[in-house]
Every structure is written in C-alpha cells, then in structure tokens.
Design a protein around this ligand. Structure first.
Ligand SMILES: *[C@@H]1O[C@H](CO)[C@@H](O)[C@H](O)[C@H]1NC(C)=O
Ligand SMILES: *[C@@H]1O[C@H](CO)[C@@H](O)[C@H](O)[C@H]1NC(C)=O
Ligand SMILES: *[C@@H]1O[C@H](CO)[C@@H](O)[C@H](O)[C@H]1NC(C)=O
Ligand SMILES: *[C@@H]1O[C@H](CO)[C@@H](O)[C@H](O)[C@H]1NC(C)=O
Ligand SMILES: *[C@@H]1O[C@H](CO)[C@@H](O)[C@H](O)[C@H]1NC(C)=O
Ligand SMILES: *[C@@H]1O[C@H](CO)[C@@H](O)[C@H](O)[C@H]1NC(C)=O
Ligand SMILES: *[C@@H]1O[C@H](CO)[C@@H](O)[C@H](O)[C@H]1NC(C)=O
Length: 455
C-alpha cells in the first residue's frame, strides 16, 4: 500500500465525498489539464515516450545501475573504497525472528558509512523515507538521490513498515551518504492476528453498532464517524508517519543535536538532482523573507512542468494537506509545536496523516502551518501510472520514464541562484468538520498517543 500522497484517491466514506469530492474533482480536473498541457505543449513531445526498461536504464549513469538490478541471493558488493562484502539472504524469516531483528535494528541504530562521510552537523539535511514493500520504486528513488550534489553530507533515514531482506540489502548497499534504518515496530506484517493488525474478534467494517454490541466484538463501542469499524490496513500509514517523526526528532542518537531541515519522502517519490540546492536556497529565503513560513514543500500536484518560466519561483501559501504533502521539509522547532498537539493528530477521526496534520494546523497550532512551495517540482510521484493512461494499459514504468524526460529537458533551468516569491491566491480552505473516518477505534488513538510519550 502506498503511503501518504496517493491517499487522495482512496478516501472512502460517503458523505465527506460529497463536499470534499467536489473540491477534489475540481483540483484533479485542473491538475489533469495542466499535466496534459505540460506533457504535450512543451517543445519536446513525450507522447512517443520509449519507456522500455532498456530506455529507462539508458538514462541512468552506469555506476548507478547496481541499484536497479535485482541481485541473486548470494552476491558480492564492491564498495567505492575498493573493499568487498558478501551478502547472503536466506528464506524469509518467521514473525518471531522478524520481531527480534526489528528490535535489534532499533536498539543498535547503526549508521552505515559513518566513517566515510563527515559526521552529521546540526544544520545538515536529514532525509526520511517512509517505505513499505515496493522495491522497484525504491530503487529509482535511490538512483535519483545518488545524483544530487550535496547528498554526501546528508543523512538518509529509511523507515520501514515491512521487513524484507532484499530491501534491507538494497538499502545497506547505498554508498553515497550516511544511512540508518528504523523499523516501525507495530506493523501488520508482524501482528497479523492481533491489534494493530486484524484481530479475529474485531468487528467487521460494515456491522451495525447494535449488532456489534450483541456480538460483543472487540471494538463494538467505537465505530468511526460514518458508522464503520476499523480496517487495519488503512490505519498503518498514519501510525507509521507519526511514529517515524517522533523517532527521528525525539529518539535517535544521531539526530539528537540536529536543528536543520528534515525532508519527508516516500518510497515512490523521485527527486530532481538540484533538490538539496533548492532546499538550501528556500531555507535561506524563508528565514529572510517569510518569517511566518514554517514548512517547505518541494513537490506539488497542481503543476505544469514549466521549468523555463518557473524554476526560480516559489509560492507562499497556507499549508494545504492535499496540495503540499509531497516532499515536505521542516525543522525541530516546527515539530515541537506539532507534537504538542498530539491529541489533535491522534484522536481526529481521519486515517490520513496529511488531513490529520491539517486538523492540527487549523485547530491547535498558535501559528498555523504556512508553506513555501517550489512551483517547478523537485519531488515527483512515480508510484502511479501516467494520468492519461487507462488503468489496464498502464505500466508502472511510464511515470518513471516521463519524469526522466521532464528533468532532462529542464536540466539547464535547474540550480537557480536566487528565488522569486509569489503569493498564493487560493481562497481560505473551508474547515473540514468531520474527518474522513477510519480512525474511530480507541485502540488506534491510544497507540498513536503512546508513540509520542514512549518509543
Ligand atoms: C527504446 O530504447 C531502447 C534503448 O535506448 C532501444 O533499444 C529500443 O529500440 C527503443 N524502442 C523503441 C520502440 O524505440
Ligand atoms: C556465496 O558465494 C561465495 C563466492 O561467490 C562463496 O564463497 C560463499 O560460500 C557463498 N555463500 C553462501 C552462503 O552460499
Ligand atoms: C522461527 O524460526 C526460528 C529459527 O529458524 C525457530 O527457532 C523458531 O522456532 C521459529 N518460530 C516459529 C514460531 O515458527
Ligand atoms: C569500505 O566501505 C564500506 C561500506 O561503505 C564500509 O563498511 C567499510 O568499513 C569500508 N572499509 C574501509 C577499509 O574503509
Ligand atoms: C550548530 O553548531 C555550531 C557549532 O558546532 C554552533 O556554533 C551553532 O550555534 C549550532 N547551531 C544551532 C542552531 O544549534
Ligand atoms: C550532542 O551534543 C552534546 C553536547 O554538546 C555532545 O556531547 C554529543 O556528543 C552530541 N551528540 C551528537 C550525536 O552529535
Ligand atoms: C526552524 O524553522 C523556523 C521556522 O519554522 C525558523 O524560524 C528557525 O530559524 C529554524 N531554525 C533553525 C535552527 O534553522
């Protein structure tokens, strides 16, 4: 399951749809139009895109091909420093072994490549990638990160909610910066028949409350605002998001003194090679020229990819969950304000982390979230098929190929040396009174709150 940004397509409960649906429909419609224009209206025609694996590989520097090719179970890695290591992964571990390994990873907090690259500075960039199980996308994200100047001073944090040895060895083979892995310890994978997974005694989603009370199923008292009982698979992303943020800001040793930017990515994102340059420039600019900005956003959905006109432009706008949830960056001081509103995040009846954060911003923060947004995106979403494709003839590679082409065409407009501020004309968003549901169960509230206090 994808995390975060693609959730807009999966929101379920009926009545909000009618209100939110209209807004979303209009946004999506505009987005489709703009994307369509951007792919067909620019000088380069992408309609005859060659998205074969060979073509995609031909756009990737040869030294990075190693991240794209699945490895045999027993393989040797040559590191940049000339040493070798043999990797071997056996058949999948059982659940008790997984739990043991996860606990060990989280206890040891090993920072790979720590001795090769300079130690983390208080103002270094920390990049946190929330990952599930889609290794093909993750390979391309890693390839894109590898090509960004400045990456060697960054710390890459991979936050897993799915334990998989092939993913582990892929992540551990990264040789271009410091890397640490953290594992969300309450995953459905490691709790298949108990909360937070699906307990056989939980109430079925569509059971009526009076029936549930008679049946005395676990959560009979707590359907969501639309009368549905929890579905484990829809709760994991929000829990994981909250857990990893708490983990990175409050619990890891390596980030203890860090006060700089933390960038949040997901496994199916892809970065432009100047994304660190852009972050630095935005960081400098918001400190000088936008004192009330407290979030940076590198990706946005409502975009033509017009790098010629927009590569220097940033927009100042109230933070809007559905528009500014991709490639977000903020520092510890913003986080401290958010975490003080943990109850607003954890008890809001909405299973989407971004809508929950919106709720925090609107109802709890003294200074609401205010974003500086790159108009020409530096983070792309490659995890869904190209927007003009019908589902059935859509290949997972077509979006990767498109992003490669967009960035190739944009190349000479990257690395701007100054930014131009524009101000959003977006009308003030009406308050989302009820959430999207899926988060009525008291056990979810308690688990979420508990992550803030303990670990
Ligand atoms: C796509 O690109 C690959 C590698 O560049 C090439 O071998 C192949 O012939 C191309 N296919 C088409 C249909 O153009
Ligand atoms: C993996 O391969 C290397 C040589 O390629 C061999 O020495 C080693 O014993 C193999 N390990 C396993 C566990 O098969
Ligand atoms: C899991 O695997 C370990 C080692 O192979 C074994 O000792 C243990 O009994 C297994 N546990 C279960 C529940 O199968
Ligand atoms: C070489 O690099 C690898 C991975 O980055 C590291 O684990 C190893 O300690 C390094 N070896 C030496 C001799 O520096
Ligand atoms: C970061 O560290 C430097 C020196 O190590 C120190 O002078 C500076 O005040 C620190 N900045 C913050 C924001 O903690
Ligand atoms: C954090 O700062 C303290 C006090 O200056 C220092 O002792 C400690 O080593 C630092 N930790 C890290 C991980 O940099
Ligand atoms: C952290 O972000 C705030 C804005 O939210 C900014 O005012 C502050 O200067 C930043 N702190 C550091 C150390 O960069």
């Amino acid at each position: 399951m994808s995390s975060g940004s693609s959730q807009i397509w999966r929101r379920r409960n009926g009545t909000t749809w009618i209100r939110a649906g209209l807004v979303i429909f209009i946004l999506v419609f505009i987005w489709l139009q703009l994307n369509f224009l951007s792919f067909t209206g620019s000088s380069q025609q992408y309609s005859e895109l060659n998205d074969s694996n060979a073509a995609i590989l031909s756009m990737v520097p040869a030294v990075l091909h190693k991240f794209l090719s699945p490895r045999p179970k027993n393989f040797t890695v040559t590191f940049a420093n000339g040493t070798y290591a043999n990797f071997f992964y056996a058949s999948a571990p059982n659940i008790s072994e997984m739990k043991r390994n996860i606990a060990q990873y989280n206890r040891q907090q090993i920072v790979h490549n720590e001795n090769i690259f300079e130690p983390l500075q208080n103002d270094s960039i920390v990049i946190v990638v929330q990952i599930h199980d889609r290794i093909t996308y993750l390979r391309h994200l890693i390839v894109s990160l590898a090509q960004a100047p400045g990456i060697s001073q960054a710390l890459l944090v991979f936050s897993h909610d799915y334990y998989d040895e092939e993913m582990n060895s892929l992540v551990q083979s990264i040789d271009f910066c410091k890397v640490i892995q953290i594992f969300y310890p309450y995953s459905i994978q490691t709790h298949p028949n108990e909360f937070p997974g699906e307990d056989p005694s939980d109430c079925p989603r569509d059971m009526k409350k009076d029936q549930a009370l008679i049946k005395k199923c676990n959560n009979a008292l707590y359907p969501d605002v639309y009368g549905h009982y929890r579905e484990a698979k829809f709760t994991q992303t929000k829990h994981h998001w909250w857990w990893k943020a708490n983990r990175v800001f409050n619990q890891l040793d390596v980030t203890r003194n860090h006060t700089g930017l933390v960038v949040l990515l997901e496994e199916d994102h892809y970065v432009a090679e100047d994304f660190i340059h852009m972050l630095r420039l935005m960081e400098k600019t918001y400190k000088e020229s936008c004192k009330h900005c407290n979030v940076l956003s590198l990706g946005t959905y409502l975009k033509t990819y017009n790098y010629y006109a927009d590569s220097k432009k940033v927009e100042i706008s109230p933070w809007i969950s559905s528009k500014h949830n991709m490639g977000m960056a903020f520092n510890r001081s913003t986080w401290m304000h958010i975490v003080e509103c943990a109850a607003y995040f954890c008890k809001y009846d909405d299973y989407n982390w971004d809508w929950s954060l919106q709720h925090v911003s609107q109802n709890c923060l003294k200074q609401k979230l205010h974003a500086m947004v790159a108009r020409a995106p530096r983070v792309f979403h490659i995890g869904e098929c190209g927007v003009h494709h019908k589902k059935n003839n859509c290949k997972s590679t077509s979006m990767i190929s498109k992003v490669q082409q967009v960035l190739k065409t944009a190349k000479r407009h990257l690395y701007p040396d100054y930014l131009v501020l524009t101000y959003s004309t977006i009308l003030k968003k009406t308050k989302l009174r009820k959430g999207n549901g899926g988060w009525g169960d008291r056990r979810d509230h308690k688990l979420c709150i508990g992550m803030t206090i303990g670990g």
